[in-house]
Write a protein that binds this ligand. Structure first.
Ligand code: FCB
Length: 473
């Protein structure tokens, strides 16, 4: 199969951001260096059976020790932006109290290294690795953690706010609340619906408070949040499946989008939660409803809801990734259109998109290692096409970022699932650029060439997003 044709060349505006993404715990390693504290994921990895291959993040991709090489790798892809996260316990080991100069210095070198290479830094504050000490006092279920997070956000903005293009407060609050506190398959492994709903409220509240604090402090970076969203389709047209789909839509999409963009939780989900609904204090909803400069969404697949036997992912006849996720690019178009139709959203970014596939290292005629990951290349190309489709229908998009720059620690799946467009041999830490990365590099280069060729015309046609964002505020 060949890569499908991707978007007509002038569709993406000149300031469209093409990027690659990672997260601290998944790549950094150097788990106790420079006085780094533990996170809830360090503790979770020690629990027997929690991680599929019994692995942990102690070494991961050894990124901390290989920073310059990895930055060169990012530069070699020719992308506009690199989305990374800061490990809170690396910069403030206990989550409160003393800061670590060594930790702050690492991110300073990371950001300066990106800028020196012409790559815009997109910083995420919370990609799940809460300092373990804060969990001891209740973690995200405890309202004080909200204030610790705001301090952390302010500290990072003071240090790096003048140099990063964007700051994301949280990555995927649904995952932290639901998988971390309701089903318990992710850290901190709690299984309580009441706790999970309180956690979701505190995550949203801390997002709003952090935005307000950063703006008040004069932070110039674009500010936003990243949600994991997917359209929810009923497995059949039965009333029960449709009701189930509506509920799941409420819990995944509207539970986050409504408070962020309308200032209230959806009534049907509140009714479903009953006594498990979060405690909300006066003014909280208004705070959560603070305006954003961008909204990031991570898209991997659609969700199919069933009131009875769980839907069989193979029943649609579509390709399924190594994660067991159905390849469903048109779900991304559907989602983007729906977000812009139902909410006054700022420019939308796909902040993660990619696939885990079985990779094989082969050797070329000259002996060089290669990975012919056609499935991943097609996955990415088809999803970029889906973004293009949404744009043709009027969706204001700011950028697209591939998950992930390189293979890494895939949470409860350990190292077995590979999402990288760069292969990592964990024994030797050798990086091998896969075919998908070559394809993405060439695609981005073509986009940039078009940008230059069409610049005057494109500039005139490009919507003035900054102004439009003002209007939606
Ligand atoms: C997302 C996470 C990211 C990565 C991908 C596959 O939910 O944000 O860290 O694990 O899934």
């Amino acid at each position: 199969m060949t890569a499908p044709l991707t978007a007509e060349p002038t569709l993406f505006p000149p300031d469209f951001v093409w990027g690659v993404a990672t997260a601290a715990f998944q790549i950094e390693g150097a788990a106790s260096e420079g006085g780094k504290g533990e996170s809830i994921w360090d503790e979770f990895c020690r629990r027997p059976g929690a991680i599929a291959d019994g692995s942990n993040g102690l070494v991961a991709c050894d990124h901390v020790h290989r920073l310059q090489g990895d930055l060169d790798l990012i530069q070699s892809l020719g992308v506009d932006a690199y989305r990374f996260s800061v490990s809170w316990p690396r910069v403030r080991p206990g989550g409160s109290g003393a800061w670590s100069e060594a930790g702050l210095d690492f991110y300073e070198r990371l950001v300066d290294g990106l800028l020196a290479r012409g790559v815009a830094p997109y910083l995420t504050l919370n990609h799940w690795d809460l300092p373990l000490e804060l969990q001891a006092s209740g973690g995200w279920a405890h309202r004080d953690t909200v204030h610790r997070f705001v301090e952390y956000a302010q500290g990072m903005a003071r240090r790096l706010g003048d140099r990063v293009r964007a700051i994301t407060t949280h990555n995927e609050p649904w995952v932290m609340a639901m998988l971390g506190h309701e089903t318990g398959i992710f850290a901190p492994g709690i299984k309580s619906r009441a706790v999970a709903s309180q956690v979701s409220h505190h995550l949203l509240l801390s997002h709003g408070l952090a935005l307000q604090a950063l703006r008040a402090g004069g932070c110039k970076a674009d500010l936003g949040i990243v949600l994991n969203l997917s359209p929810i389709h009923p497995a059949t047209n039965s009333a029960a499946d449709r009701a189930q789909a509506r509920l799941e839509d409420g819990r995944l999409i509207r539970w986050y989008m409504d408070p962020l963009f309308k200032g209230s939780y959806p009534d049907d989900v509140l009714a479903f939660l009953g006594a498990d609904a979060p405690r909300v204090e006066a003014g909280d909803m208004q705070t959560i409803h603070t305006s954003m400069d961008f909204l990031g969404l991570n898209y991997y697949s659609r969700t199919v809801a069933s009131a009875g036997t769980p839907w069989d992912v193979h029943s649609s006849g579509r390709a399924v990734t190594e994660m067991g996720w159905e390849v469903y690019p048109e779900g991304l178009t559907e989602l983007l259109l729906r977000l812009q139709r139902d909410y006054a959203v700022p420019p939308l970014f796909v902040t993660e998109n990619g696939g885990a596939f079985k990779d094989q290292i082969v050797h070329g005629a000259d002996g060089s290692p290669q990975v012919h990951d056609i499935d991943r290349r097609d996955y990415i190309a088809r999803h970029i096409d889906a973004v293009a489709d949404a744009m043709r229908q009027g969706v204001r998009m700011g950028g697209y970022m591939v998950w992930s720059l390189m293979d890494n620690f895939e949470w409860a799946s350990g190292y077995a699932k590979r999402f990288g467009i760069v292969h990592v041999d964990y024994a030797s830490q050798t990086r091998t650029v896969k075919d998908s990365a070559h394809w993405y590099r060439d695609f981005v280069a073509r986009q940039k060439a078009v940008r230059v060729a069409h610049n005057p015309q494109q500039q005139a046609m490009a919507p003035d997003w900054a102004k439009q964002a003002e209007v939606t505020r």
